[in-house]
Every structure is written in C-alpha cells, then in structure tokens.
Design a binder for this molecule. Structure first.
Ligand code: ADP
Length: 400
C-alpha cells in the first residue's frame, strides 16, 4: 500500500513514496525546486539508488506535482506502474494553530481551518494548501491527510505556552508559544522507549532535535509539557542561521542602528545569525568542527555557545519536570555530531549523568545508548524519520 508524503514549500516540493504494507519501505524520494522561476529542477531517486534529474519551467505546484507523478510512473526510473497504486497522500503541515491537536484526514472543513491560520505561518501554510489543492486537481479520488509540526505540543499547559504579554494579544492575535518539530519529538521519544522496553506514560524525557532548525522538548509521561520554539521557529536554542533566544531590546537596538525594516529584521534573525552569524564560516556543523580542530578560535567559540545553550534547556526542562529519566539526541547534529554531544554531556554529573565518552567517539546515524550502565539518566541517539510518521498517521486516518 503506497502512501505519497509531500512537504510543500513556497517554491519547492519534497516527496517520498512509501510502501506501508508491512515493514515500511521508501520506494522513491525527491525534490522539485525553483517553482515559479524561469527554470525549475526535479531531482528523483528510486529504490535502486538510481538518480534522475531534469530541468524545465515549473510555473506552479500543480505542474510540480504532475512532474513528481510522472517520475514515479516512468518506465525507466519510476517505481510504480500506474497512479492507481498511490492509495493516500500525507502532507507535512507547519502550523495547526490551536485547531489541530492531532493529525487529520483532509476535508473541506480541515482545509478551511488550515487556511484560517495562514497568518501564523505565512511562508508555510499557503504553500501546503497549494499542494493539497494540486492533489485535488490531479488525483481527485485519492484521500489526503495532514500531519502538523505543532500538534504534539498542544498538550503544553498555559503556564508554558503563554507569553508575558498583555492577555488581549493572545485573545486578539493568538500570540502564544506553539512549538514545532512535534512529529520528530514524539517519534524519537516513543522509539527510545520501545528500544528500552519502557512505558512512556511513566517517564520524563528531554528530546533534542538538532538540525539546521533545532528545538528541545520536555516530554512528561508521553506528553509535551514545554518546548523551546515558540510563536515562530526563531525562539529557543541557537540554530544554523537563526538566533534562538535573544534579548528583544538587542533586536530593537540593531533595527535602529542598521535602519532595518520589519521584513529586513525578520530575514536577519532567520537567515544571518546563529552558527553562521557568529562563526562567519558556515552554518554547517561539519565545517565548524573541521575548523575547530585546526584551532580556529571563532569556530571553537561558536561550538561552545551552541552546546552551552542546549545545556541550559536541558537543565531547565529537568526542573520543569522535576527530574529526567532519558535525554534523546536526534536530527543531523544530534545523530552525527560527536563533538556537540561531548560538550553538552560534559560536567552534567549533578543530574546523575554518566556519559560514555568512548562510545560517543565516531558514533553517527545510529540508535544507540550513550550513557554508562550506572548512569541515573539514560542518553540515547535516535534517528528521526518524520516522513515515516506522516505516512503512518495517513494510513491510520484513511484505512483505520
Ligand atoms: P534540516 O533541519 O535541514 O532537516 P538536518 O537534520 O539534516 O537539517 O541537519 C543538518 C545539520 O546536521 C547540519 O548542520 C550538518 O552539518 C549536520 N551534520 C550532518 N552530518 C554531520 C556529521 N557527520 N557531523 C557533524 N554534523 C553533521
């Protein structure tokens, strides 16, 4: 049973076709980029590892989706013989606002609700809607579902999600903390508990999703009770190009000094700061680690800041939950950066952490326990798989 997973951005469509019959299997994946520009790119990879690339104008998402479907049924590099083999489509949706506490099968009402919160995610939700409408256009008989980055965090208590702003701002504009990466936080917390043979409903877990975007979540008894991203994905730990937590006064000061408009300031805090901004080297951890090994002081400072800010969240979430049983590292950096993990878990014995520094060395992209057997708190790396969650939820919603 094939489920097509789509992640539609304003000028791109990321996709995976998964066979969800028994053991889930990725049959094909790829990316359409530069939608709306003069020439668009399609990059498609099938389950034999064969790559197919093409360039042509892709004026809109409907044309982009048609290209994806053609690639999937192509005689040479395709993986299915007809579009009838696609039984459902699952969309990653960035923002579900307060409407969606879980994934949903798409109907006119769900689409209207996603549309009604476009101003909370102006870059993302309109693009997801384009993808949904393109599927309605091209595959009208195929059921669709939406899986939200925010829904796992809808269990946060008001004391976590409210900002210290006048209350009317919440009532009038729905300004509150929503959190993101929920699909990943939920998946890795559950997977770690499965591996350990633990009942998630009895455990206190801190999940660290560290990719280009990064967030940390306190998962108490299976529910998100706090998370580091807020109203937007700018809040929280330091990221590849986003600031993370910053004194609001500093931003106002910079806007005044550099004469930045609101949209320039928005672009600045999202694209020019974080690891890239401090290091002035790169936003990619691999480049920074290579430079720090050569003794580059700015790279060393950046990596130290990055780990310091993660440590602060771990400490505060242990306080929020009155303890912690397990810390999970995931995302490109959490899964692969031994250096970041070493810095984060050094000098954490006050929490009862005994980290296996030897096993940590060179450990990449694996599900592994990185704490010593007598550590009070377990540390694990877990590989995340957001597309699998989307396909699983979609299958459940469509076929029960
Ligand atoms: P995205 O948020 O775009 O999905 P990823 O989860 O793929 O991001 O993570 C990207 C980050 O992972 C980059 O900063 C990259 O440098 C880092 N990364 C990937 N492999 C390694 C590695 N072997 N060592 C250190 N960092 C790595």
């Amino acid at each position: 049973m094939n489920v097509l997973v789509l992640n539609c951005g304003s000028s791109s469509i990321k996709y995976q076709l998964l066979d969800m019959s028994e053991t889930p299997e990725v049959k094909a994946k790829g990316l359409v980029e530069r939608i709306g520009l003069e020439t668009g790119d399609l990059c498609h990879k099938n389950d034999k590892g064969e790559k197919y690339e093409s360039k042509q104008p892709v004026p809109n998402h409907t044309v982009g989706i048609k290209l994806v479907l053609e690639a999937l049924i192509d005689k040479n590099h395709g993986v299915i013989s007809s579009l009838d083999e696609i039984k459902a489509v699952g969309h990653r949706v960035a923002h579900g606002g307060e409407h969606f506490k879980e994934s949903v099968r798409l109907d006119a009402d769900a689409i209207a609700k996603i549309e009604s919160i476009c101003d909370l995610a102006p870059l993302h939700n309109p693009a997801h809607l384009l993808g949904m409408r393109a599927i309605l256009d091209v595959l009208p008989q195929v059921p669709q579902a939406a899986v939200f980055d925010t829904s796992f965090h809808q269990t946060m208590p008001a004391s976590s999600y409210m900002y210290p702003l006048p209350y009317r701002m919440y009532e009038q504009y729905k300004i509150r903390r929503y959190g993101f990466h929920g699909t990943s936080h939920k998946f890795v917390a559950e997977k770690a508990c499965d591996i350990l043979g633990w009942n998630i409903a009895e455990k206190k877990i801190i999940t660290c999703h560290l990719g280009n975007g990064a967030s940390i979540t306190a998962v108490k008894y299976g529910k998100s009770v706090d998370t580091s991203m807020g109203f937007t994905p700018v809040e929280g730990v330091m990221m590849g190009t986003r600031t993370g937590d910053l004194d609001l006064g500093a931003l106002l000061f910079i806007m005044e000094k550099e004469n930045l408009s609101v949209s320039q300031a928005n672009s600045f805090i999202n694209k020019n700061c974080g690891v890239n901004g401090v290091s002035e080297i790169s936003s990619d951890m691999r480049d920074l680690e290579a430079e720090s090994e050569k003794g580059n002081e700015r790279a060393i400072l950046t990596l130290d800041m990055y780990a310091h800010r993660i440590k602060k969240y771990i400490g505060s979430y242990a306080a929020v939950m009155n303890g912690v049983d397990l810390i999970v590292m995931t995302g490109g950096i959490g899964e692969n950066s031994c250096h970041t993990r070493k810095l984060v878990f050094s000098d954490m014995d006050y929490l009862g952490i005994k980290f296996d520094f030897e096993l940590n060395k060179g450990l990449r992209g694996k599900d592994e326990t990185l704490s010593l057997p007598d550590s009070k708190v377990k540390i694990m790396t877990i590989t995340t798989d957001e597309e699998l969650v989307i396909a699983t939820d979609t299958k459940k919603l469509v076929f029960g």
